[in-house]
Design a protein around this ligand. Structure first.
Ligand SMILES: CC(C)(COP(=O)(O)OP(=O)(O)OC[C@H]1O[C@@H](n2cnc3c(N)ncnc32)[C@H](O)[C@@H]1OP(=O)(O)O)[C@@H](O)C(=O)NCCC(=O)NCCS
Length: 172
């Protein structure tokens, strides 16, 4: 559990090992501009049930969820991220990624990736999403114009996480 004060709000974050499909579903329903494809949403909900997540709460209300998938000992992926619209730009997303990095870094993960809609698509909502990830420190690794099918170009972003100190703690 971590608590971060941002702009007057206290954002509490907690790492859980699974079972967050219900929360995921309720958050996606508030974000139709980003999550409008039912099959994709079902996949995010399934992953939130089966994989670890960070939950963010403000004043006791769960306002954000970030689900992560491990791809081996050294790599992980932010599979989905959602923050209730009324709490956007209050540091909730940043606080969740901070705990993701702390936790995974301590487990020896070195690289965190995320895929999102590419700037090859004109959608302005996802331009905000990319601004968030780039502002946090992710960098473009590769464009994937056809990964999600025609009309949905993906961009893969990556960030180095963890420290040598954290990794040596794990090894000792
Ligand atoms: C993307 C999202 C998770 C970010 O969470 P958030 O709590 O709103 O973001 P934060 O308040 O932690 O933002 C941290 C920083 O990111 C950058 N940032 C965030 N949103 C931004 C935006 N719309 N435009 C430009 N920069 C932005 C800023 O640098 C911001 O710091 P600042 O507010 O001090 O300037 C959230 O807005 C969201 O749920 N969006 C809809 C769903 C989505 O895009 N999910 C990811 C799909 S891959």
């Amino acid at each position: 559990m971590e608590a971060v004060v941002t702009g007057g709000s206290v954002v509490e974050t907690e790492y859980v090992l699974g079972g967050m499909g219900g929360l995921c579903s309720s958050l996606l329903a508030e974000l139709p501009e980003w999550f409008g494809v039912p099959e994709a949403n079902a996949d995010y909900v399934k992953h939130a049930d089966e994989h670890p997540s960070v939950i963010a709460s403000v004043e006791g209300e769960k306002v954000g969820l970030t689900t992560v998938v491990r791809h081996g000992p050294f790599a992980a992926e932010v599979y989905s991220m959602a923050v209730r619209p009324r709490t956007h730009r209050q540091g909730v997303g940043r606080a969740m990624l901070h705990l993701v990095e702390t936790r995974l870094g301590a487990e020896g993960v070195e690289f965190l990736q995320v895929k999102t809609l590419s700037s090859l698509h004109p959608d302005t909502n996802y331009a905000d999403t990319r601004a968030f990830y780039l502002g946090y420190g992710f960098r473009i690794l590769e464009e994937h114009p056809t990964l999600w099918g025609p009309g949905s170009p993906a961009v893969q972003l990556i960030k180095a996480v963890g420290s040598e100190e954290a990794r040596s703690d794990i090894r000792s």
